[in-house]
Design a protein around this ligand. Structure first.
Ligand code: SF4
Ligand code: SF4
Length: 283
């Protein structure tokens, strides 16, 4: 018999025998475990279902903003009223969308949002996969074994840009303004720290659109920043120096580091548009 024909016969023989090998396995002890019916604890730092300390959460929405899968929706939570520095909203998470990346945990300025090491949840109803962590308790709210942001792993700079000032020896000799004002680099570095949460808008007595004028600094468009300032506050130049800055008390970043120096950023815009103020504002 030619060698090629012999090889074909071998393959046919294997085709006949191989199903019996498979059946032999049916009587062996299974290698898999009966999941998810058998509960098995996730390891420490496992990224399971979220937990949220509702007393610490300020409803800043940074978790919603950073989520690349649009899995988070900020909604009013029963029994939580808006207050100074707290929008009253809380994150609701759709686990049909979540990919467990934990960016929301890493950005949370209050560290209220964390993850449990629980991953078992059985339900055939789609709505059951949308939870408000901290309110809808699947039994893991108190779980502290899952992922949480390490103290050193902060996505944004928690320290403010210091305002340059006249040295004390010089200061004694004149009545010049002590604070010199931010330069361009300092202003942009301070502006990029902003989480864009808008808690400052509610805190400001005239509801200035702070995140938008901070964004204008970041984008290098000071004329737009000036227009935004004077939209709601005709005393922006003075407020950039002497305002009590209630907005800074409400700033989400203040929970972990120093709040954004909103007053100094306002001053930066007015100081650096003096030569064209009337043209920009049409006054
Ligand atoms: S980022 Fe943190 S503090 Fe802000 S809404 Fe989300 S959970 Fe609350
Ligand atoms: S873990 Fe990632 S995907 Fe899931 S809600 Fe948080 S940011 Fe969105």
């Amino acid at each position: 018999m030619p060698a090629g024909d012999r090889e074909i016969d071998m393959w046919k023989l294997r085709d006949i025998i191989s199903p019996f090998y498979a059946w032999k396995r049916a009587f062996e002890k299974p290698f898999t475990i009966r999941k998810p019916l058998v509960e098995r604890e996730g390891p420490p730092l496992y990224r399971g279902f979220h937990t949220n300390d509702l007393g610490k959460c300020i409803g800043c929405g940074s978790c919603e903003e950073i989520c690349q899968n649009a899995a988070i929706d900020m909604r009013r939570a029963a029994g939580i009223e808006p207050a100074h520095g707290d929008s009253g909203l809380r994150p609701v998470i759709d686990y049909g969308r979540c990919c467990w990346c934990a960016l929301c945990v890493d950005i949370c300025p209050t560290t209220s949002l964390a993850m449990s090491n629980r991953y078992n949840w059985i339900s055939e109803t789609g709505e059951d996969w949308v939870f408000t962590p901290g309110i809808d308790d699947g039994g893991w709210n108190e779980d502290e074994l899952g992922y949480r942001r390490a103290e050193c792993a902060w996505l944004l700079d928690p320290s403010e840009q210091k305002m340059p000032v006249i040295a004390p020896d010089e200061r004694r000799k004149n009545f010049e303004e002590m604070a010199l004002g931010y330069g361009g680099d300092e202003a942009v570095k301070e502006a990029v720290r902003c989480l864009d949460c808008g808690l400052c808008i509610e805190a400001c007595p005239t509801h200035m659109d702070v995140p938008s004028y901070i964004r204008a600094i970041r984008d290098g468009d000071l004329d737009e920043g000036l227009r935004l300032l004077y939209d709601t506050n005709p005393f922006s130049e003075s407020c950039g120096r002497i305002c009590t800055a209630k907005c800074q008390d409400a700033c989400a970043l203040g929970h972990l580091g120093e709040p954004i120096m909103i007053r100094w950023l306002k001053r930066y815009i007015t100081d650096n548009t003096l030569d064209r103020r009337h043209a920009v504002l049409g006054t």
